[in-house]
Design a protein. Structure first.
Length: 303
């Protein structure tokens, strides 16, 4: 079978059978396009022409391009998954990427902001004139109050927010649904936005059920939502990299620091595995160590 055709079949499979998100499918498509270009340069067009030296050479070419280790790892993961699929489908007998090693990754802990900084962020957003002030404050309150991914928050319809039950229905990766509590601060902020700002925004559009709208009455884009958070951070005087995902990190870290069970936090975040959630425990442990080192009389270095 020709490699190009096999790649098309694989991408259809992860989109339809595995129901991966469009963003994930697009990422795999870009990575495999890089792989196809490499194979084309070698004159390789058939699956059975690919062997271990070919895949190893592709791995080396990625390093030579100066890509980051995370980018190399992501691309090689796509290649390994593709070849496993080809074997499973019976399109080829061997898996030339079976022994392909991924580069070791640096462990990067998420960097949350403090509770006080969250409050400053929301206050800075709310200080704008309507309709932006109520909208931006509601968005930030919801992100921090639910730990939602930015794509989940922007996909919300008005009916997905239960103001009486103080909860929100989120649709995560693979379309998995979860119900997450909505704190009183977020309820008040979303309520104010629905009364004071959204009707004015909706009048400018052609009618949409999405919760968060832009100045043209259309659904708020991911890029605009990032700008909302970053602009609020600048006005609040919060330095460092601040993004919607920072609020998700902070949500998880503050819950665990407050004594929440890790399994509960896993469900709230929509993680498939608790292993993913455990990265936040490392953050809280590091904070404990720093506090201990500063505060305990027998922890201080000897002089």
């Amino acid at each position: 079978m020709r490699v190009q055709r096999a790649v098309s079949g694989y991408l259809d499979w992860i989109a339809v059978e595995r129901s991966l998100s469009p963003n994930t499918v697009n990422a795999y498509s870009r990575d495999l396009a890089r792989y196809l270009a490499y194979l084309d340069g070698l004159g390789v067009a058939e699956l059975d022409e690919i062997d271990s030296p070919v895949t190893a050479g592709f791995s080396e070419s990625l390093a030579d391009e100066g890509l980051s280790r995370s980018s190399v790892a992501r691309t090689l993961t796509a290649v390994r998954s593709f070849h496993r699929f080809c074997v499973a489908e019976g399109w080829t007998q061997i898996d030339p990427a079976r022994d392909l090693a991924l580069p070791k990754q640096d462990r990067r802990l998420p960097k949350p902001i403090t509770v006080e900084q969250v409050a400053d962020l929301i206050e800075a957003a709310a200080a704008q004139d309507p309709p932006l002030g109520p909208r931006d404050a509601a968005l930030i309150e919801l992100l921090y109050g639910t730990g939602a991914r930015i794509t989940e928050a922007l996909a919300l319809d008005v009916d997905d927010v239960d103001m009486v039950g103080e909860s929100v229905r989120l649709f995560g990766k693979g379309g998995k649904e979860r119900i997450v509590p909505l704190g009183s601060y977020a309820v008040d902020a979303v309520g104010a936005y629905l009364v004071r700002a959204r009707p004015a925004l909706a009048q400018k559009g052609k009618g949409t059920s999405r919760l968060f709208l832009n100045l043209l009455g259309r659904p708020l884009s991911r890029q605009s939502a990032w700008a909302v958070v970053q602009d609020a951070a600048i006005r609040a005087g919060i330095t460092g990299h601040i993004s919607p995902h920072t609020l998700r990190h902070s949500y998880a870290t503050h819950l665990l620091s407050g004594g929440a069970d890790i399994r509960v936090v896993q469900e709230l975040l929509g993680h498939a595995s608790v292993t993913t959630t455990q990265i936040y425990t490392a953050v809280t442990i590091e904070t404990l160590r720093e506090t201990y080192a500063i505060s305990h009389p027998r922890a201080r270095s000897r002089t």
